[in-house]
Design a protein around this ligand. Sequence first.
Ligand code: COA
Length: 263
Amino acid sequence: MTELIPMELRDGVALLTLNRPDKLNALSYALIDRLMQRLDAIEVDDAIRAVILTGAGERAFSAGADIAEFSGSVAHGADHAVRDFVRRGQTMTARLESFSKPVIAAVNGLAYGGGCEITEAVHLAVASERARFAKPEIKLAMPPTFGGTQRLPRLAGRKRALELLLTGEPFSPDHALAIGLVNRVVPHGDLLSAADALARQIIRHPPGAVAAVITAATRGLNLSIDEGLLVERAQFAMLAGREELSRGLAEWRSRPRDAAQTG
Ligand code: COA
């Protein structure tokens, strides 16, 4: 049977590939479940420090939820559709968003619907010049269901997001960059190396500090500033007794004199 999420591991960075190229990597239930299994295994593997997520084939990162499959759930009624389709997709994007190790989308082509929602949910994203984004659910007479009505307005601002959500019109990687959906746009051939370089700039820092930043920023964004500051405080308190922080502070104190200038 075809592996839906092949994984390659290189020096602490796991490359996961959404692998249904003949269906533009549409997010079938089985593919989502396999991605969740991969994340569960990665989370407890100390040898893996970061994840890059990309799409197989020449055309797509992902064209979104598998319409043929979820149409079947919808035909069985609201309870089925919410349980099998909506809850599964929302759980996936929430897991990516709150994952304790950095997750970087390497958007290699079409990122429509759920493909765009994955890009919204992950911590960082690099887009190929060939990427193309869209929130096309409105054309199917439905709202997005994997968090797209919630995360895009938070990222891009309400009016910019509503224009994309209400028109369903595709948009360019440069527009994705302008609205804060991706961190950078690179030539297609440089996509994976750019994502890898970004991952390595992060994983040179200790895992506890990286996880604390992700948790504080991700949880805090959905809270009031006072509650967010409590999350930040708790994350620091968790690290305060750990060797990782003592070592980081000691290394700074004993650094060579010119290290401060060279960074
Ligand atoms: N779900 C299931 N299958 C999908 C899919 C999706 N979201 N997106 C594409 N596919 C399948 C097509 O059915 C086709 O398979 P087939 O050859 O077995 O029929 C294959 O992927 C190629 O897609 P096709 O539509 O022929 O390519 P295209 O270049 O003409 O169009 C898109 C590309 C992205 C514009 C078009 O596929 C599309 O609109 N997809 C749906 C996007 C969407 O609405 N996503 C949100 C879902 S909630």
